[in-house]
Design a protein around this ligand. Structure first.
Ligand SMILES: [Zn+2]
Length: 601
């Protein structure tokens, strides 16, 4: 069987970005959105007691509207990704975004009304269906609402944030687009954008050239460091003022709440990681030897090691599909089955051709009860792992599908559970499947480097952001000070094991300027090692593991992270044990790497 490597979007709405059926759908959603706003505005909870029939209808309507919008958005953003010249798709995406904005305005009104319930009424409400099943989400919505200011004030804040907070976020993108990196190549100077320069640096195999590139890269950002510092200071300043207005005095509270986790869990994770960094330093030292260096520089950590020539294994799309399905089967037959369906029903856009946007993602089609996966597949082992990763996301969506929508909104720290797990299953299999020892070492090196990134690079981001926010509370933090804080964070996170660092990282890394959630860093490390912990259990467990795993995924949006781990893994995330088990796996990978590479030094 040969699988098609382009997706079928016509079964969602026929005719591409100008599809008449899509416009019909949009018109229908517009009407629904307006009607929903009316319902919510008119709804009086006191008159709705004791069975809250209208409230139940409102939840039902919200679900239908959200599903419709989700379907439209996945369709249209898919078309925009698959053909970046499709201007109509972009215009239509904008239309959908406006519908979302209208819906979110209505939801604020609804949230305030839920917040206005007396505690007694709310407790009674949660005893009856359909509210009981959604108790966790409704309680969360109610608790968040307690922090809200008046509707007028919230609206004013939203309006101001467009030209304030969001404005500074836009400013960052503008500034980045002016970055020009002059790299010397073959006797002449080529000028690159920030994104291009990053690709150049990560692909460079000559260690001396890498050092030179990092020096130029640092200087390029430093030339504009005051502009970036102003932008970062205002973003954080707006955020702190907004938090203060809502009675929040601890800047760690929102990111922890958003990820539904306790500070104790975060501290336990970083503590255990820190205690286990010596092993990663051993890996650094061996990698330095393999690269003929005394010590690794910043860019060397994730650089490829060259142990002589080997033909890297290549996979056709169909070979990748069979390989993934076979390996999934050993771990979870249901995940294999879902993946088989994705290939059969053409959910995946993987063709390697010009005009596609970079990167990969998986998006849900809630009405079609399918997913769509976007990526560019050129046949590498890495591509096979990415494809498995996205299929993991599709599997997560599929096991949540029959749940209430409010029980499907999982946070960022657990969003990558199924995908990371699927990727681990397949990337370990590609390591086993390597044609030569040198290829095996290369793949293993990528895996260990990834753990090192989670343990050190992300840790440095977290340490920097924390010290920056602490100082920002007392006023503007200068560009020079930001670089000092970053250098200190990197030295601490990397155990002082590198020869050079990247002090301008605070300007070069987009994540510090994200207007979505603050501390867009620790959820990565959490998510990766949480999955690794589940993976370890899967390797030891019997067939019953699959059902337990699915039960865990189904609960990802219905309880706190600690409860999730306690209920399904029987572990206490606030204690070191779980994290140490995970670190032992990292040790095993490093030991294998050290063993295999012994004869090459
Ligand atoms: Zn992902």
């Amino acid at each position: 069987m040969v699988y098609q490597n382009t997706w079928d979007m016509d079964q969602v709405f026929p005719g591409g970005s100008d599809s008449p059926q899509f416009y019909e759908k949009l018109a229908e959603l517009e009407k629904k959105n307006a009607r929903f706003a009316e319902w919510v505005n008119e709804w009086n909870a006191d008159n709705d007691r004791p069975d809250y029939h209208t409230f139940a209808e409102i939840l039902k309507e919200h679900e239908a509207l959200s599903k419709g919008l989700g379907e439209a958005r996945t369709f249209m953003s898919g078309l925009a990704s698959a053909d970046t010249s499709d201007a109509k798709a972009r215009t239509n995406l904008n239309r959908i975004a406006n519908h979302y904005k209208q819906l979110s305005n209505t939801l604020v009104v609804l949230q305030k009304k839920i917040g206005d319930f007396s505690q007694n009424d709310f407790d009674e409400l949660l005893k009856i269906e359909p509210f009981n099943e959604r108790a966790f989400a409704l309680t969360e919505i109610r608790e968040e609402s307690q922090k809200l200011l008046s509707t007028e004030e919230e609206e004013l804040l939203n309006h101001l944030s467009i030209d304030g907070f969001q404005g500074w976020g836009d400013m960052y993108n503008e500034l980045v687009s002016t970055i020009r990196v002059p790299f010397k190549e073959g006797g002449k100077v080529n000028v690159y954008s920030a994104g291009q320069a990053e690709n150049k640096m990560s692909g460079e195999t000559d260690t001396k050239k890498r050092d030179e590139m990092l020096r130029i890269w640092e200087n390029t950002w430093k030339d504009k460091d005051h502009l970036f510092a102003t932008t970062l200071n205002h973003l954080a300043g707006f955020r702190l003022a907004d938090q203060k207005a809502h009675g929040i005095n601890d800047f760690m509270e929102p990111p922890l709440e958003y990820n539904r986790m306790q500070e104790e869990t975060l501290d336990a994770m970083w503590q255990v990681i820190s205690e286990n960094k010596a092993k990663i330093v051993d890996y650094f030292n061996r990698k330095a030897e393999l690269l003929n260096l005394d010590q690794l520089s910043w860019l060397d950590v994730t650089a490829p090691i060259n142990l002589g020539n080997f033909e890297a294994k290549e996979y056709t799309f169909t070979e990748a599909a069979d390989f993934i399905i076979d390996n999934f089967k050993r771990f979870s037959p249901k995940m294999a089955e879902l993946s088989q369906q994705a290939f059969n029903e053409k959910w995946i856009e993987a063709e390697d051709r010009p005009g596609k946007r970079p990167g990969g993602y998986c998006a849900n089609l809630p009405e079609s009860e399918q997913s769509r996966i976007f990526m560019t597949f050129s046949g590498t082992s890495d591509n096979v792992s990415t494809l498995a990763h996205e299929l993991g996301h599709a599997f997560h969506s599929s096991v949540l599908r029959d749940l209430p929508l409010l029980n499907q909104r999982y946070a960022m720290n657990v969003a990558e559970t199924a995908s990371t797990l699927a990727e681990l299953v397949v990337s370990d299999a590609t390591i086993e499947n390597a044609d030569s020892e040198t290829e095996k070492i290369t793949l293993l090196d990528e895996k260990v480097a990834r753990s090192a990134t989670m343990m050190m690079n992300i840790h440095a981001r977290y340490l920097f952001e924390k010290s920056f926010y602490e100082e920002r509370q007392d006023g503007i933090v200068t560009a020079e000070r930001l670089s000092e804080l970053m250098l200190a964070a990197q030295k601490e996170a990397y155990e002082d094991a590198l020869k050079t660092y990247h002090p301008m990282f605070w300007a070069a890394k987009l994540h510090f300027y994200s207007t979505g959630v603050p501390f867009y860093n620790f959820p990565y490390t959490f998510g990766y090692f949480f999955s690794l912990g589940i993976y370890a259990r899967a390797l030891e467990a019997d067939a019953s593991f699959e059902d337990e795993y699915i039960a865990l995924l189904r609960d990802t949006a219905s309880m706190t992270t600690e409860d999730l781990a306690q209920k399904h893994l029987n572990v206490d995330l606030t204690q070191p044990d779980f994290w140490q088990d995970v670190m032992n796996q990292v040790h095993a990978d490093v030991d294998e790497f050290l063993n295999l590479t012994k004869k090459y030094v």
